[in-house]
Design a protein around this ligand. Structure first.
Ligand code: CMP
Length: 139
């Protein structure tokens, strides 16, 4: 089924000029980038986005990292886009990520792990709506 997922190319990726290389992996896997914008995430946006993690010990560090440099927010579309993007991102911790995945190729560590992708269709809808209006998504 064709569906959408939400993606962020994180500060560690934009800082190292990796947005093109990561987009090449995304497109090479058959996912279509149907919306994309480079933004500086505000502290309020980062706190809202990662609210589910607010009790975790790394929450402050995570918010700090996400606001430390520009990010690229994206909507990806394709067959089983949520699961497919999670597969090509690889495990959260790059040390556990499979060969050829974005995090294995590019991530620095579990915190600076280059990309975010939605973990379910419900969260994809909520995350997309935090950053894009429907008219900004061109499929
Ligand atoms: P992401 O997929 O964006 O979702 C939550 C983020 O928290 C995760 O990627 C990591 O960047 C970060 N994260 C998860 N676990 C840890 C950890 N143990 N230490 C620091 N950051 C973490």
């Amino acid at each position: 089924m064709t569906e959408r997922t939400f993606s962020i190319l994180k500060p560690d990726a934009t800082e190292r000029n990796l947005t093109g290389k990561i987009n090449a992996v995304i497109e090479g896997a058959g996912l279509r980038i149907v919306a994309q914008r480079r933004i500086r995430m505000t502290e309020a946006q980062a706190k809202t986005f990662y609210e589910v993690h607010k009790e975790r010990p790394f929450y402050g560090e995570l918010v700090g990292q996400m606001t430390s440099a520009p990010v690229v927010v994206q909507v990806l579309e394709g067959e089983n886009a949520v699961a497919k993007y999670r597969e090509i991102m690889g495990a959260t911790n790059p040390e556990q990520a499979a060969e050829g995945t974005i995090r294995k190729l590019f991530a620095k560590n579990v915190g600076e792990n280059s990309v975010h992708g939605s973990d379910s269709q419900d969260n994809a809808k909520l995350e997309i709506a935090q950053f894009f209006t429907e008219d900004q998504i061109v499929g």
